[in-house]
Every structure is written in C-alpha cells, then in structure tokens.
Write a protein that binds this ligand. Structure first.
Ligand code: SF4
Length: 361
C-alpha cells in the first residue's frame, strides 16, 4: 500500500468514526422557560451546597454562559476555564463544554472533583486523533518536535512535547523554528496550514478538522460580503484557507471578541461557533453580528455554526450531574502528570513572553 493510499484509508476511517459519534447526538428539545427556570434555581442551590463552581465554554448555550457568570463562575476558552478552576477555592468544578475540557480541568486540578453535564460530548478533532494511530505517526518522525492543539485527549497530550491553544500556537511554532526545529502538528489541518503559511516552518500535519469550522463556505461568504460591503470578517483559524483568505481578522475566540469590541466598524461577519455571540454582543452591544454562511440546513449539516456536542450541555443534565455527583472526570494520576509536562511548557512560555494563553480550544 502506498503512503498516500494508507493515509486515505486512515482518513476515511476517521471520517466514518466522526459520523458515528454524530449519529449519537440527540436533537435538542425546544426549551421550556418554566422548566429551565426551575433547573437554574436548583443548580444555583446545589452549587452553593457543594461548594462548586461552574465554568463554561464560549460555545455553550447562552443560558449556560449566563448562569456561569451569575454564580461567580467563568466563561472562556478551555485553558482559561481550567486555570480558573485550578485557582478558585471550590471543591467541585462543573465543566460545561466537551470532554477534553473536563480532562484538562482534571489535569490542572487533580485534587478537585470535576463533573460534566455529559461525558458523551466530544469533539471531531479529538475523535479523529486516537492515541494509538497518533503515537505510531510520532514514532515514524522521531526527528520532529510534537506540537498538539488543546482539543485532544489527555493521552495525546501526554505523547506531545508542546500543547498549544490557537492564540499562542503561532508564537510557539516561531520559537521552535528559530531553534531550527522541525514540527509534527496535530490534529487540526486548517490551523496547521494557517500556521505553516504564516511562519514558513517545516511542519507535517495530522489530517483532522473541526466539523463546525469546516462548513464555512468561501462562496457564500463572498456573496455575504457583497450584501454587507462595510462589514469586517472575523474568522477562527480552524476555518478552511479559502475562508481565511477573505478574513480581516483571524484569531482565537478571545482575539475575535476583542476585535469586535475595538474595531470601529459596526457590522461583523463571524466565522466561528455562534455561541460566541453571547459574549461578543455583551461586550459590543452596539455592533451587528452576522453568522458566516455554512453548508446550510440540509441533512449533511449537523453543525451549521453550532457545535452539536457543545449543545449537549443542557440545564437538566447539569442539574442531574450536580445532584448525583455523576459524570465525574478523573484522569489517571500518572497520565495526568505526563500530560501536564507539555501543558506546563506552554504556561511557562506564555508567562515568559507575557502572552495571554487564550484561544478557542
Ligand atoms: S466546535 Fe469544533 S473544535 Fe470545538 S468542540 Fe465542537 S467540533 Fe470540537
């Protein structure tokens, strides 16, 4: 078998695997305002009773983000969520996001109880980068420094030399390039291409994608730009290069929110998960935000700018997890210690460079 046909087979298998996971995502029921209010009240009481803190990702439902803010928790990207969790004095962390975020929280806070509304919420990048295949890939390239994105399992992180978020990835790769290092990058190919293009670094890329960002379409974006000629395009670098080529600002979630606040334009077309609109609109209330066009609402579009796995974080599931102490995430101590090494390398690097380690992750 040639190398490229072997890779094609691997990709086909991984795509199938992502589809299988997607098929398990339940369709979201219509919200019932009265019932949701009951869950909100019950969650608030349980958070107090259990000395628990709610940390939510930018891509979760606005009502979950609002609840995190109301109860003294935080809304951010995965690493800031984990750092906030590590530094707060709660006994229990309730992580509203996807599984690798719960794992990162557990790695940074091994003595806290980490609960999630659901452990079935995963990520196409994580699914398509299983540790056995990834480890074999690394073994084939022992001369390369292994840099992985935060959207990976604890086992993949433990196999890496560096973990990065989208806001610090460019700086880390430039730093390694300055040292004459060659890089093995995983898992997001679009983010990898973008960094390779920006830095000219010698990188080989794992071939996975975020199903949400992959659906943003350049043709639709061109039509939308014609409709809104004064709008600026804000895009996350997990989007395809044809979309990034039309973007005015490319950045992590935190960088895109900052751009919406600070740029003088009134209208923005935003190519990332629309959960970010909650925070963006809160910080830039006078701006008009438009979701960038995706593949559409046909049968093949399971994301439509909205991550199906993030959408599994319901109030009911959160209430039940807190009530029962269920869906606990506990990364094995030895694995956590190994995953902590490349995570700590990134934290130290950011501190030395005084960079904010924020990103979509
Ligand atoms: S939005 Fe994309 S990268 Fe984020 S959790 Fe969902 S599938 Fe993964």
């Amino acid at each position: 078998m040639t190398q490229s046909s072997a890779q094609d087979n691997r990709l086909a298998a991984d795509t199938l695997l992502v589809r299988e996971y997607l098929a398990e995502v339940p369709h979201k029921p219509e919200p019932d305002p009265t019932e949701n209010q009951r869950y909100r009240d019950a969650i608030k009481a349980l958070l107090k009773e259990r000395n628990a803190t709610l940390v939510a990702h930018y891509y979760t439902d606005p009502e979950i983000q609002a609840l995190a803010e109301e109860t003294g928790g935080m809304v951010s990207d995965s690493l800031e969520m984990a750092r906030f969790g590590r530094d707060c004095d709660a006994d229990v962390l309730v992580v509203a996001g996807v599984r690798f975020m719960g794992e990162t929280a557990s790695i940074l806070s091994p003595d806290k109880t980490v609960l999630m509304p659901t452990t079935a919420a995963t990520c196409s990048l994580d699914i398509a980068c299983p540790i056995d295949k990834f480890s074999a890939f690394c073994d084939q390239h022992p001369d390369r420094v292994v840099v992985v994105y935060a959207n990976t399992s604890a086992a993949v992180k433990a196999r890496a030399d560096w973990v990065v978020t989208s806001s610090i990835a460019l700086d880390v790769v430039e730093h390694l390039q300055d040292q004459g290092k060659k890089i093995l990058w995983a898992p997001d190919r679009h983010l990898g291409h973008y960094i390779q293009h920006k830095t000219g670094a010698d990188m080989i890329l794992w071939d996975a994608a975020c199903i949400v960002h992959e659906e943003f379409k350049a043709k639709g974006l061109m039509d939308m730009k014609a409709l809104y000629p004064d709008a600026k395009v804000l895009a996350h670098p997990e989007s395809p290069s044809s979309v990034l080529a039309m973007a005015d600002v490319i950045g992590s979630t935190s960088q895109l929110i900052k751009a919406a606040v600070e740029l003088p334009e009134q209208t923005f077309i935003v190519a990332t998960d629309q959960g970010i609109f909650y925070k963006m609109q809160q910080q830039a209330p006078d701006k008009t935000l438009i979701v960038a066009p995706t593949a559409g609402n046909d049968a093949s579009c399971r994301s439509c700018a909205s991550c199906p796995w993030m959408g599994m974080n319901s109030l009911q599931a959160m209430y039940e997890s807190l009530r029962d102490g269920s869906n606990r995430i506990q990364v094995d101590r030895d694995l956590a210690a190994r995953a902590m090494v490349p995570l700590q390398r990134m934290l130290d690097f950011s501190q030395q460079r005084q960079l904010a380690v924020k990103g979509k992750a």
